[in-house]
Ligand binder design. Sequence first.
Ligand code: PMV
Length: 317
Amino acid sequence: MGRGSGFGKVILFNEHFVVHGVPGIVSAMDSTADAEVKKIDKGGVIIRDERKGAKSYAEKKKIQQKESIDRMFKIMGIDSKKNSLDIWLGGNLPGFSGIGASAASSVAIARAIAEEFEMNFSDERINEISYEAEKAYAGTPSGIDNTAATFGGLIWFKKNLEDGPNTIERLNINKSVEILLANTGVVADTKEMVLGVAERKKKYPEKYDPLFKQSEKLVFKARKALERFDLKRVGELMNESHSLLQGIEVSCKELDYLVKLARDHGAFGAKMTGGGGGGCIVAMTPGKELQETVASAIEKEGFKILRTKIGVKLKGR
Ligand code: PMV
């Protein structure tokens, strides 16, 4: 049997903008998707998805999941007609939208398949394979999700629009910081969201171009604030980032509501994270106490929370 894991991620700055070559900042989380893969005699590819969290998530993503595995087989040179596999998916990363659940599972599955087929792949190769798999979920992904899911840590990412290697730089911060994710419960289609931005950007340059310029300025400020460990400033910039994401029309009323709730209860800042249209918000809540205050206030309103940290030293895979 082959085994593998992939990290969940939270995009702190510039989801969507990264697809178009603007730098983004992403952090892996302490939670992983885990996979076990076993060759079986017949039956094609059987997927047993036992990840916790939104039940409808697994249902809604089933077709894209199947496509992602076909894509992986192809790039790994495995003949899907000749090989039957039993794939189990689990781990402590919930199946929420917006936290890189798809990329984490692709990385986990790619690693597990590689182990089962005794292919000795580097992390770079696993990253390439999961990027290919991500296309099934995100259409034209930037690569930020699979990069975080593969390598872990806090990462500065810039997509190379010319087909060359992407810029991937590790950022170091003083110590780990409590954040929280709150789930709207709405499962969104990242592919549609990414496509929508591309269409509107083309159609309304007078509105979209300035927003893209601002997102570029903002991410450099955010990098400095993170490196200075000025978390108040990071929070303010997260708020600004949310406004830009509202500007490109990827937020929704549920996300805006959760962002306001987190801010009202003392978060240093809050924004939607990931593809939007549903999915999650991320709130900057340094210290266990603040994290708990904000988390329980949101839970009281009936939403699911993931309490996590950025900047942690992540354990193996
Ligand atoms: O919704 P998620 O967790 O798959 O995040 C998508 C992030 C986007 O920036 C919207 C797309 C991408 O490929 O970068």
